[in-house]
Each structure stands twice: as C-alpha cells, then as structure tokens.
Design a protein around this ligand. Structure first.
Ligand code: ZN
Length: 437
C-alpha cells in the first residue's frame, strides 16, 4: 500500500512512510487480442508504464472497483471507488496522467491517436497471483481525456442467495415462491444495482430435483448447473417458445429482462401455466410492481405476480477492527432494533491522542471491507390486490407492504445491524444519500 486512504493521517506521525512489499500488477494483453506495440511507442512506454502500474497496483491493493483519472488544470484528480464510496487517490500531474491514460489505451488495444471520441476496451491482468479484468474507457473532457478503469475481480462470487446476504427466512420464502408454478417472479432495481445477480441467484437457489427448470435467455457466460437451456425454434417469438416449454411440462423458466411492454405482454401469455422468473429496471420493488400494472393491467398482475424482490448493497464492517458497544434500551427502541440486542458494532472511533491511533491493515483504516445485500420483498396479499386494482401507486404499495409486514430495505438493514455485520451510521449514510446509492 503506497498511499493512505486518508492521506496517511491516521498513521503514526514522524515515521517514514511504510512501503509494504506489494508485487506490481502484470498486464497480460488486450481483451480484443490486439498486440500492444511498445517498441514503436518507446517514449510513451518510458513515460507511462511505471506510473500506470503504480496506479493500478495501488487501486487493486485497496480493493478499488473503479479507478478514475480526470485532468483538471495542471493536475489530474484521481479517485478510487471502494465498496461504492469514492476516496481520493494519488496526485498525478496532468502530463503524467495523460501518459497513464495513453499507455492503458495502448495496452487495451485502443487507438492512441484518437483523443476526442469515447473508446472502450479491456486488459487482462494478474495481481497477487489472481486474474483480473480491467475494463478501460476514455471520454473527452475540457482539460483532456477522462480515464475510467472498472475492475472485475473474479474471486468475488455472487452466485447463490447466501452469497448475496439473504437471511435464512427470505431464502426459504424465495425458494418456495419462485419454485412453485404458475406465476411471475421479478427481481427489480436501478440499472447496475445487482438485479441480474439476484435473478440468477433466485434460480440457483431452487431445487432442481423437485422442479424442472428451463432457461431461455442470455446467461452472460454464467453456468447454471441445475437449469436446462432451451433452444427456440427458428422464427418463434418469446410467447411461442414459452408455449413449447409449457407443453414439455417445464415448471420454472428463467427469461431475459422485461425491457418493455411488448416483452412483458409475451411473457404474460404463460404466467398462468409456468413460473416465469425475470427482472425489471425500476427504482425499487414498489415501482417495479407499478410498472407491471401499467403494462399488463391490474387484474393479471394481482392474479399472477407472486413475488417482487429488490436489493441494495451496504458496506460490511471490517471483522478485524470493528468495535463493540453496549446500546441503551431507549436507543434500541428509537433505532427500531429489538430490545434483545445486547451489543452493537461500529467502525473504530478516532482517538484524540496523537500517535495513538493504529490503522487496521486489513481495511486500511476504512472500517469496512466488502459489501452485502439488503433486500425488500413483495408477496401478493389480498390487501395488495385491492391496491393494484386502484391503480397500484408506488406509495400505496409501500403503505400496504408495511400493513402486511412485508420485508423492507430498512428492516433488512436493521437485521444486519443487529447481527453486527454493519453499523447504524452506515445505514443512515445509505438512506440519506439523495441519489439512493
Ligand atoms: Zn479493519
């Protein structure tokens, strides 16, 4: 680790900066297969390769999922996004940042002469003996080019409901509802919030010994061992394919996202025979259900939609440095936590004594390491059916969810607090964020 997340402020002062032994990242070639000709670009390689390796090594060492470099005036602003939170990275001079951007473009097989048009590509890499994929994108900004590196770490597995952080109760409920035909089960969320992961995990969580599961969708290279891939007949549309699956006595079918009314209507032709599992881009579960009512009408939704699940990620306290404290009963009541909770946890508090603060090596003093999912889950109830028949306004759906004691994101977040997985401060931070991220 080369740069402290808080500018080294937490480390003991008057000591030389520690330089831990971290082997630099290795770049193993462009995803598009283009050979980077470093010999023909010797000056660029001399100027850019070492700082590019330093930057990426530092980012990977700090578990950054995104590294951003944006030139502004004589310097460049560098940001590392770790578990959804942006931290300032090392300072780069504009000329250095430009060399870093250009060499990464070259390594990703992109056109280094093109600096105006947006470009995207990728680099295969290795760090600490693990393979990584670095997605590189560049966009013109007033002071040059902005570089964004999206880091894909294949070691992070989010496959089954447990990986995602679902509670035992929710897992059992999802398994039962999504595994019982007929009906429609939808995972909802904003774009990029992990909705596809939840859709696949829902299917992976089903028991293939008791239900026949087919997929008729883009699996994105994922391997679903308990699922039979269904090949459509040439010229068949989605509705015709679903009809064939129904005839073959399939129980559950995983389909592509309901991206518009037309797709939703084709899927709806078989929700009285099969259990169809899909996803929908929507702000949350109540907005997703509202969208379905608008596309399909209240009656079929009230009759056939069996479950709508939505998720949001929350940071997990670092197990190596989290601090326990005893909450008083009034505080627990105010926070909405059960009175039986005897201990809560938070990230280490900053001490006032200079030089006393030890920085946790595992999380670099952030107090959090990794993220987990919190969920909300809508099940159809008589009360909710009435709400849908009256138009299914998202606010009214939310009110009904509370009345019927369905799981909300806030409640699920409090479960994680009570379990010591996250802190109340972190919950407040997430629910206060204006963009809901
Ligand atoms: Zn820690």
């Amino acid at each position: 680790m080369i740069f402290g997340l808080f500018g080294g402020g937490g480390k003991k002062k008057d000591q030389p900066k520690e330089e831990e032994e971290v082997d630099p990242v290795r770049f193993l070639g462009a995803l598009n297969g283009k050979e980077a000709n470093l010999g023909a670009n010797q000056r660029l390689a001399d100027a850019g390769l070492v700082p590019a390796k330093d930057l990426v090594t530092d980012g990977l060492d700090r578990r950054a999922e995104v590294i951003r470099v944006e030139p502004k005036g004589p310097a460049a602003i560098v940001n590392f996004v770790v578990d959804g939170v942006a931290y300032p990275g090392p300072r780069l001079q504009k000329i250095e940042a430009s060399a870093v951007t250009q060499i990464l473009k070259l390594l990703a097989g992109l056109d280094i002469k093109e600096r105006k048009a947006a470009q995207t590509g990728g680099i295969k890499a290795e760090f600490e003996e693990k393979p990584y994929t670095l997605f590189i994108s560049t966009t013109a900004v007033p002071d040059g080019e902005r570089l964004t590196i999206k880091v894909i770490n294949p070691a992070i597995k989010l496959e089954v409901p447990t990986d995602l952080g679902m509670s035992g109760d929710l897992k059992a409920k999802v398994r039962e509802i999504a595994g019982t035909k007929p009906g429609l089960f939808v995972a909802c969320g904003p774009a990029g919030s992990g909705t596809t992961t939840t859709r696949f995990a829902t299917v992976r969580g089903l028991d293939a010994y008791t239900v026949g599961i087919f997929s008729f969708c883009d699996l994105g290279g994922k391997n679903l061992v308990n699922v039979t891939e269904f090949k459509p007949n040439e010229g068949d549309d989605l509705a015709a394919t679903l009809q064939r699956i129904a005839r073959q006595e399939g129980d559950v079918v995983l389909v592509d996202p309901l991206k518009n009314e037309e797709v939703a209507k084709q899927v709806a032709t078989r929700i009285g025979e099969l259990m169809i599992i899909s996803e929908l881009t929507a702000k949350d579960a109540s907005h997703g259900l509202h969208q379905l009512v608008q596309w399909l009408g209240a009656e079929p939704v009230a009759e056939h939609v069996k479950g709508v699940i939505s998720q949001k990620l929350i940071r997990v306290l670092c197990p190596d440095c989290k601090q326990a404290y005893k909450p008083n009963p009034e505080f627990l009541k105010k926070a909405g936590l059960p009175a039986t909770v005897s201990m809560l946890y938070r990230k280490p508090q900053v001490t006032d004594v200079p030089g006393e603060q030890e920085v946790c090596e595992k999380c670099e003093g952030v107090g959090f390491r990794g993220r987990t999912g919190m969920f909300e889950f809508i099940q159809m109830t008589d009360g909710l059916r009435e709400v849908l028949k009256n138009g299914g306004d998202p606010m009214a759906i939310r009110a009904q969810m509370r009345a019927d004691k369905m799981l909300t994101l806030q409640q699920d977040a409090l479960r994680l607090v009570a379990d010591g997985k996250t802190s109340l401060d972190e919950v407040q931070r997430l629910f206060k964020a204006p963009d809901g991220k």
